[in-house]
Design a protein around this ligand. Structure first.
Ligand code: EPU
Length: 343
């Protein structure tokens, strides 16, 4: 994987189907659609389409379109990974935003750079990863994040954001808050370890490692994570979905104590001075596992995942999610909020 070099000229397509550009495989149109593979492409597009709403997408793996997008969808194809600095212990790796996240993880694992192996097989691009601070199996993007570079959509200026600027939290950064739709992230720099820094405490990893438990390597952990994910989560190529549809709710301790009296089996995690409850468990308790309405359903192995069995529309999926939300609210008095971006 080298630096980005030559690119085909950029084309702007009109009334273009986004079916292949969202992992729910929902068939909606974008008024305009273009793929960008350089910062020049981005700046040209931004200046040609100044007053038009814009949506930047990577793999479309965290999006639910409920209607046509009456603006310009920009597909990020910026490629390239480079080592920008290193010491005996650490390496600073800069990845262009359009790199596929899992391919970036593979690059790290194959070079024995430790820190992202628990985040193996997460769908999406590198550029999308800091926006919601992707996390899985006891690791979060913020643990390896160093900085990112983004283009201001209005002024076209480049700006560097540090971890502090991003205000990372569970499934959150300031790019979901005050900087939402204000920047095009063009690269992310990660600080990874050249020494072992393994983290195999999350439930199920040790079992999945089996004999590989001895003489650990980033590759062995990555393989174990891939195995777990393949068991739990549907393959988007076979069954449209966007991973966890909802975030795990975080509630005050006092509220949790009350809930625990009524539902003593509830699993939970500490989150600062609050409590995080697995939404999958709440959805499961409400009896949604494997339920299906027309072409939309809850996945059999993970209640947090809503799937498109066929030609479900975005509206069908959204209405289905609202039903789940309402029944969790009714049974537990807990709000579950979509993790997926709904348009
Ligand atoms: N559980 C159920 N029913 C289910 C699935 C899970 O009761 O159908 C219970 C399990 O018993 C377990 C708990 O819920 O104790 C947690 O389950 P799991 O380890 O699968 O994690 P999760 O909280 O449901 C989160 C992330 C996933 C990530 C996993 C593993 C969110 C919203 N989701 O799910 O991320 O892979 O942890 O770390 O935080 C994603 O974001 O798309 C995603 C898949």
């Amino acid at each position: 994987m080298g630096k980005s070099l030559s690119f085909k000229p950029m084309k702007v397509l009109e009334n273009y189907s986004l079916k292949k550009h969202n992992t729910f495989a929902v068939d909606v149109n974008a008024k305009y659609f273009a793929e960008v593979s350089s910062t020049n492409d981005i700046i040209k597009l931004l200046s040609d389409f100044k007053e038009i709403p814009k949506l930047i997408i990577g793999e479309g793996s965290d999006i639910l379109f409920t209607k046509d997008f009456e603006g310009l969808v920009i597909q990020d194809r910026l490629k390239g990974i480079e080592v920008i600095d290193q010491t005996a212990n650490n390496v600073l790796l800069k990845s262009s935003s359009g790199e596929i996240w899992h391919e970036f993880v593979e690059f790290c694992v194959n070079n024995n750079y430790c820190g992202v192996e628990n985040l193996s097989l997460i769908p999406g691009t590198v550029g999308a990863s800091p926006i919601q601070n992707i996390g899985a199996y006891g690791a979060e993007l913020k643990d390896v994040f160093y900085s990112l570079e983004a283009i201001d959509l209005k002024t076209f200026e480049k700006k560097i954001f540090t971890a502090r600027d991003c205000e990372f939290d569970y499934r959150w950064s300031t790019f979901k808050g005050k900087f939402k739709n204000k920047y095009f992230i063009i690269s992310v720099t990660f600080k990874l370890s050249k020494k072992d820094c393994f983290n195999i405490d999350y439930l199920g990893i040790k079992e999945a490692l089996g004999e590989n438990h001895k003489n650990l390597s980033a590759k062995k952990i990555s393989d174990a994570i891939i195995k777990i994910r393949k068991q739990k989560l549907p393959d988007v190529k076979k069954l449209g979905n966007a991973g966890s549809f909802f975030k795990n709710p975080i509630i005050p301790k006092a509220k949790f104590e009350k809930l625990k009296k009524k539902f003593p089996d509830l699993k939970f995690y500490k989150h600062g001075n609050k409590i995080k409850i697995p939404a999958a468990q709440l959805i499961d308790f409400c009896g949604w596992k494997e339920k299906r309405i027309k072409n939309t359903g809850v996945y059999k192995n993970q209640a947090l995942v809503i799937v498109n069995y066929g030609n479900a529309s975005g509206k069908d999926i959204y209405d289905f999610s609202k039903k789940i939300q309402a029944s969790v609210k009714e049974k537990f008095d807990v709000e579950i909020i979509p993790e997926v971006n709904v348009f």
